[in-house]
Design a protein around this ligand. Structure first.
Ligand code: ADP
Ligand code: ZN
Length: 615
């Protein structure tokens, strides 16, 4: 049998455009992750999709591959102008004909891109929503074949969220004006309300919905009582995150500045970032964070939205986030590349007081303030629980994790607890006896036998539960209560003035068939990170010279091209090179993350390094 002639130009020749082949040749990966394949098949087949996937889940491929597999140019709508350039650069490095149009481009360049679009020379075009909605842009789009519309950060259509963009509301015009072009909307925002809003406002009720788990298994959650926060932070970084990129969040600008200064004195490459700094300095610090290795940004929450850096290895909170949503979002900036990362939160009583005051004094209605307060309480509950943090976190987003995760502080070093069964039974029955219509303060007043006006008015001094909890302070009861809320035994009904209500889960407790362990308050101070739990990303000493050489090679190529190092290759790809030590182009191509285009561009440089270190 004749074997086909080897094709010397094979690397350049257009390969089959099946999703699998694009995944392998263009992106250098072998397998689809999670529901990527189903999503891609849906869009390639011309149907609409709504995709809810956590940060780092791999949303980009869900529209990039269909855009390449289908005829025409794919239009990506993204609110984050700052990100477009990096995304386009990363695509170009993979050999994809991508471009962006936004207000930052000089007119000549914009015109060139429009010409490329009209000449059908683009696979993907990134647009800000306001640009897309200009009649001129819509007109342009009507003149070329389009493969799809991808609506990224689709939660921006939600008026309840903090990222609301009025322009997103008009995106339903795409459906009307381009009925035959499939749309895929994507977001990492988990809650049902946002999802319902996206569906309704973007006309996606006919679309297939893909809801992934919001678990981020590679992020290790650690929450500790504040003891000596600077010392705790230092221990944490030195034990497992030395030389890593990270973000440290503080509440105030002053604290951002002083913490960054202090980290620099300790020998770290730390940069401050907050809204009070001049715009060009902020941009410079953001740029250095993206381009240089091992930079720590100390920031207020002003920093983050629009940071797409995949290799952030830790996020540390020196102040308590306002809500679990905020905590999840901020910690979610760690480990997008799937490698081990840690989220450390240090909290203390002062945070609780400060945030409570902020919630109480915030603008808006009484209802709004109460909701802020209850979000804060849920966040505190997460801090205080003794069971798996990840389970509680996911439960907050209505997701059940069947088993404890083994990768959070409470799983790794079970905290000190006490048998709270009796106290819990008292509290739950008091909630029940008062009719599940009252908030925490009143229930605790009844428990402690207060003669407050409200207690007397409702005759609650006549209840069997009146005064049965006089042995504990209000603060202790609040601590117990918060733990019960976050563990799902009690709900705070925000539609009924914060009334506490029993859930199904508490039946066995009320019947005395279940024991409950509560966290001792205050939790004992503990050293942050131990050697045993060092991030797996760490490199064995004998491999260090090659590792450093690979990183230097990546940095040099990145600098030459003016892109961040991860646009060349991710850490995971370098680590695979380290383990496999490929010596030929073929062997290099089998490394995950090395596709045809990257082999061509960067292959020789990396092979030269690798050949200096044979197996
Ligand atoms: P998201 O937009 O959901 O936050 P990204 O699309 O940026 O996530 O993907 C996160 C990381 O996972 C990226 O580094 C991406 O290259 C990588 N990735 C995505 N899909 C795959 C896959 N099928 N195989 C290997 N790596 C993948
Ligand atoms: Zn756990």
């Amino acid at each position: 049998m004749n074997s086909p002639q080897p094709n010397p130009l094979q690397l350049n020749s257009p390969h089959s455009n099946s999703p699998q082949s694009i995944l392998e040749h263009t992106f250098g990966y072998t397998h689809f992750r999670g529901s990527q394949q189903e999503i891609i098949d849906t869009v390639v087949g011309g149907d609409d999709a709504l995709v809810l996937m956590p940060t780092g889940g791999g949303k980009s491929l869900c529209y990039q591959i269909p855009a390449l597999a289908r005829e025409g140019c794919g239009v990506v709508i993204s609110p984050l102008i700052a990100l477009m350039q990096d995304q386009v650069e990363a695509l170009r490095a993979a050999g994809v004909r991508a471009a962006f149009l936004n207000s930052s481009l000089p007119p000549e360049q914009a015109q060139q891109i429009e010409q490329a679009l009209l000449g059908e020379q683009l696979d993907l075009l990134y647009l800000a929503p306001e640009r897309l909605l200009q009649p001129r842009t819509l007109d342009l789009l009507h003149r070329v074949p389009l493969s799809l519309f991808a609506i990224d950060e689709a939660h921006c259509v939600s008026q309840w969220g903090h990222d609301f963009r009025a322009d997103y509301l008009h995106l339903n015009c795409l459906h009307e004006q381009f009925p035959s072009v499939p749309r895929i909307a994507l977001t990492a925002t988990a809650d049902r309300r946002t999802r319902a809003e996206i569906t309704q406002r973007l006309d996606l009720s006919e679309a297939r919905h893909f809801v992934s788990s919001f678990d981020r298994p590679n992020i290790r959650y650690r929450i500790a009582q504040k003891d000596n926060p600077r010392r705790q932070l230092l221990d944490f970084i030195r034990n497992g995150h030395q030389d890593h990129s990270g973000i440290v969040y503080c509440l105030s600008r002053n604290k951002v500045e002083s913490t960054a200064d202090w980290l620099c004195q300790q020998g770290f490459n730390a940069l401050p970032y907050h809204a009070g700094l001049p715009a060009d300095l902020r941009a410079e610090h953001q740029r250095r964070f993206l381009r240089e290795d091992g930079v720590i940004v100390v920031a207020t929450i002003a920093f983050g939205m629009g940071i797409d850096k995949p290799d952030v290895r830790f996020v540390a909170h020196l102040d308590l986030p306002k809500s679990i949503e905020a905590y999840y979002q901020e910690t979610g900036r760690a480990g997008r590349d799937g490698d081990p990362a840690t989220a450390l939160l240090l909290y203390g009583l002062e945070d609780v007081v400060k945030l409570g005051q902020m919630a109480a004094n915030s603008e808006g209605s009484e209802e709004h303030r109460r909701q802020e307060r209850s979000r804060l309480n849920a966040m505190l509950g997460l801090c205080e629980i003794t069971s798996c943090r990840r389970q509680a976190l996911l439960r907050y987003f209505a997701e059940e994790l069947p088993e404890a995760c083994g990768n959070c502080d409470t799983c790794l070093e079970p905290p000190q607890t006490w048998d709270g069964t009796e106290a819990t039974a008292k509290l739950l029955s008091c909630v029940y006896r008062t009719g599940q219509r009252f908030g925490a303060s009143h229930v605790i007043d009844v428990l402690r036998g207060s003669r407050s006006e409200k207690v007397l008015k409702f005759g609650h001094d006549q209840l069997s539960t009146y005064g049965i909890g006089a042995d504990r302070s209000t603060a202790e009861w609040r601590g117990i209560l918060r733990q019960l809320v976050v563990r799902g035994y009690l709900e705070v009904n925000s539609e009924a003035f914060g009334a506490l209500q029993l859930t199904e889960a508490c039946r066995p407790l009320l019947r005395g068939e279940e024991q409950i362990e509560l966290r001792k308050l205050p939790a004992p101070a503990r050293r942050a990170e131990s050697g045993a739990s060092r991030a797996a990303a760490d490199i064995a000493p004998e491999h260090a010279p090659l590792w450093e050489a690979l990183r230097a090679c990546r940095k040099q190529l990145a600098d030459e091209k003016g892109v961040p190092p991860y646009v060349v290759f991710h850490d995971a790809t370098l680590r695979e090179m380290l383990a496999a030590r490929p010596q030929t182009e073929e062997a290099l191509l089998s490394i995950s993350g090395v596709g045809d285009s990257k082999l061509q561009r960067f292959g020789d440089a990396f092979l030269a390094v690798l050949r200096d270190f044979p197996h």
